[in-house]
Design a protein around this ligand. Structure first.
Ligand code: ARG
Length: 580
């Protein structure tokens, strides 16, 4: 990261770092936090006092003694309570930082050093099966991470590892033969992928001759039979057409060029086996070729094998993922690989990583990270299901979001013309679904709740979008161009003004914190706090009714807030309309 940051808390921490080093004799985190009572609180004295066996207030006073002159930044620094240091920033310093952010297209967000290659493996639904809400989560979280990673200057490669290969394709192709390709295409186009899959499975279980045909079809598929491959391609194409429809509805970046399904690694699979064998890692277990990686055991505490090739010669999910690692590190020169995959696959990914590291395919400086997520629950706190008990059809769910948003928008602003209302309903409805998913800590489950996600109050997309639209409307009423206020002098005086300016200046920290933890909800929490700070600013600090220079200064603060809101929502893959 480059060093020209705007965030006052970071700047304060770097000033304190030296003073702490002088007292402790080593590097100590000053632990700077926003605080209710002052504007920042420095808490680092508490922990070093403990290690040094000294009273924390003494240590804090000594740190202040080493701090030197900070009057360019702080109005006051005081030791308080058991040994905190409370800091009030100087108004001139806040104004200075804000002026810097206003003229910066990136609003103070620092870039990464170099241009690392980051692979984000996300979405990954399965061909001829409905995308379930788990795929919705992977798609939405992965897409937000892609946008954030790109924004700070990484070279991001999106990989959509769809499940497009394996033994079920025998029965799926035979079902396609029975049904006729036109009828199959019609089912897929309305998103009835589950219906198709279930019918195929039912016949497979009930009908011996269908089962035999399916078995032969798998053999033909693996042997590369032309007609079989053609039908397989039809299944893949019809499914990806449906996935693309969901992606366009969702407004995510994924395109056909990002498809890198399991089948793409077929040619590499024998190499995986050979190289594992050459490396002495391959063992035989119950007729299968397996790898044992240290530290993984089953319930009976026996070593757990990673199955590479089954007894019948078929390759496994893990084999493909190992081929993936070889391809991503070798061909794509990955510096980091992020797998946005449900929490239940944690052990699978850990074992793949361990095997790849032992085999020497994954250098120590290449990161492989499981960006795990929990479940989407219904109001009954069980896995979200449709009324019929099937998995929810995502395209229908998204249509419903837009319909419900249209009703909410109509109620909020009855004067909108129908055309704008439809456009706004789309970004509000889709934004609400995405934001509800992104705003809870991804590792947790969350309850899918229409009323809450579409509410104009609370930590929701509509609340943030509305705050943004409100600022746009202030400028419309003033008849002032947004960018005309960016070069002007700003002054921060009122407490709500200071609080809002400080919130604006923490955008950089929020983006980097969210990226560090691969946790978009951290950016959501920040944006929500910012919108809340704006609400209280707007209630307490007249903008258009103030005299100059306060009026323009406040307009500039409004502009910065709106830009952070729209840029921040944009990083989450959510649009911010100018009116709603
Ligand atoms: N298709 C898989 C599923 O639906 C997810 C694949 C995730 N990516 C990977 N490289 N294993 O569960």
């Amino acid at each position: 990261m480059s060093d020209d940051m705007a965030d006052p808390l970071h700047l304060l921490a770097s000033r304190f770092a030296e003073a702490f080093r002088a007292v402790a004799g080593s590097d100590v985190d000053p632990v700077v936090r926003p605080s209710e009572r002052a504007e920042a609180q420095v808490n680092g004295a508490l922990s070093i006092a403990k290690t040094m066996g000294r009273p924390p207030r003494d240590v804090a006073n000594e740190v202040l003694g080493h701090l030197g002159d900070v009057s360019d930044m702080c109005e006051s620094v005081e030791v308080a309570g058991p040994g905190f240091m409370n800091v009030v920033f100087s108004a001139e310093f806040i104004a200075e930082q804000l002026r810097g952010a206003l003229i910066d297209d990136r609003l103070g967000v620092r870039r990464t050093e170099g241009m690392p290659n980051v692979i984000v493996d996300y979405s990954a639904p399965n061909v001829a099966k409905e995308m379930h809400v788990g795929h919705l989560r992977s798609t939405v979280i992965g897409d937000a991470l892609v946008r954030m990673l790109e924004f700070v200057g990484n070279r991001v490669i999106r990989e959509n590892h769809i499940g497009d290969w394996g033994t079920p394709f025998g029965m799926l192709i035979e079902h396609l033969v029975d049904l006729g390709e036109d009828r199959a295409a019609a089912e897929f186009s309305v998103g009835d992928l589950d219906g198709f899959y279930k019918e195929a499975r039912k016949k497979f279980e009930a009908d011996e001759s269908f089962k035999e045909r399916s078995r032969l079809r798998v053999v033909a598929l693996q042997a590369g039979d032309d007609e079989t491959l053609r039908m397989w391609r039809t299944l893949v194409a019809e499914s990806t057409k449906y996935f693309n429809r969901v992606y366009r509805q969702l407004d995510v970046l994924l395109e056909d060029a990002d498809l890198m399904g399991e089948s793409a690694y077929n040619d590499l699979l024998p190499t995986v086996v050979e190289r594992l064998r050459d490396g002495g890692l391959l063992q035989s277990s119950d007729g299968a070729d397996v790898v044992f990686v240290d530290g993984f055991t089953n319930r009976d505490n026996e070593p757990l094998p990673l199955i590479i090739r089954k007894g019948d010669g078929g390759y496994n999910y893990a084999t493909t993922d190992l081929a993936c690692v070889i391809d991503r590190v070798g061909r794509l020169s990955a510096d980091r690989m992020w797998y946005v995959v449900g929490a239940p696959q944690a052990q699978h990914l850990q074992m793949v990583e361990a095997a790849a590291r032992t085999a020497g395919w994954l250098p120590a400086d290449v990161e492989m990270r499981h960006v795990a997520f929990g479940n989407v629950l219904g109001s009954d706190k069980k896995m979200l299901k449709s009324r019929s008990g099937d998995s929810v059809k995502l395209s229908a769910l998204l249509d419903e979001a837009v319909e419900r948003a249209a009703a909410a928008v109509r109620e909020k602003n009855p004067d909108l013309d129908a055309g704008s209302r439809d456009a706004i309903a789309r970004v509000v409805g889709i934004g609400a679904v995405k934001y509800a998913d992104l705003s809870t800590d991804r590792v947790k489950d969350y309850v899918f709740d229409w009323d809450r996600m579409l509410s104009f109050d609370g930590n929701t997309a509509p609340y943030l979008q509305y705050a943004h639209a409100r600022i746009c409307s202030i400028f419309r009423r003033a008849g002032v161009e947004r960018d005309s206020v960016r070069q002007s002098g700003v002054a921060v005086v009122a407490p709500q003004e200071r609080a809002l300016a400080l919130a604006v200046l923490q955008f950089d920290a929020a983006v980097w914190d969210a990226l560090d933890k691969a946790s978009p909800h951290r950016l959501c929490t920040y944006l929500y706090d910012l919108a809340t700070a704006f609400t209280s600013f707007y209630e307490n600090c007249p903008v258009l009714k103030s005299d100059e220079p306060v009026r323009t200064s406040r307009l500039a603060l409004c502009d910065a807030t709106a830009r952070v809101l729209s840029t921040g929502l944009g990083l989450l893959g959510i649009e911010a309309p100018e009116a709603m």
